[in-house]
Ligand binder design. Sequence first.
Ligand code: 6PG
Length: 257
Amino acid sequence: MTEYYCLDQRRRLAFPGNAEKTLTFAADHWIETALESIQDHDFFAVALSGGSTPKKIYQKIASQELSKKIDWKKVYLFWSDERTVPPDDPESNYHMALVEGKLNTLPIPKDHIFPLIAPSEDLISESQRYDRLIREKLAGHPFDLVMLGMGDDGHTASLFPHTEALNAKGKLVTPNHVPQKNTWRLTFTYDCINAARQICFYVLGSTKAEMLDQVLKGPQNPREFPSQEVGTPSNPALWIIDDEAGKNLLHHLKSSE
Ligand code: 6PG
């Protein structure tokens, strides 16, 4: 049985169990969010994330059992960040979701799929194009779901510790120089992520345990741990955590009950 905790006004936690149960929970939750959104306003706008965990969630969503529940003509795919590589590069988040994650097997109309084109000469123009595109396609709606991972260093999307994008205001998308990786990325800003109706983190595996504890139970220091800034009282983030990643945290939560 999934255990739920309300960490604070901005963050809720769900612990479905081992990795397989957690991925199943995440995929079912995605499908439910899509169904509710389509019922409410006739479309589902989701921002996909890169990372190893989302890939497994996409594969589950694309499975016959789950995919038949959705009218894919009503789904719009965006990306919450992208690497500066061509779209057919295995490092590309677009490629990962569509090809490795198998979302390209679903009958989503081509003009509902909106990649960030990051190996662009001009990342500023590309971020502005994507910003305008989101505003135009969503026509005043927030995203129905923004999917996020948490990196081992506490980053999320391409909001890395101590980088410029952490200060971005008044825009939805921005280029970000990431000295830690000696590269540039395009990323959603906090303003964009925190406006979403549903914000979900997917955190699995023991390598995340220490950072997860730091991000969720440590002192608030979002410049060092950017994932801490995600979630607001009106739009709380849901952290979906497996028992390996959550082992320290669960211990804390249970001992403070
Ligand atoms: C990316 C991501 C990034 C990712 C985290 C977690 O482009 O790499 O969008 O923010 O989600 O690094 O990735 P894992 O699930 O692989 O740990």
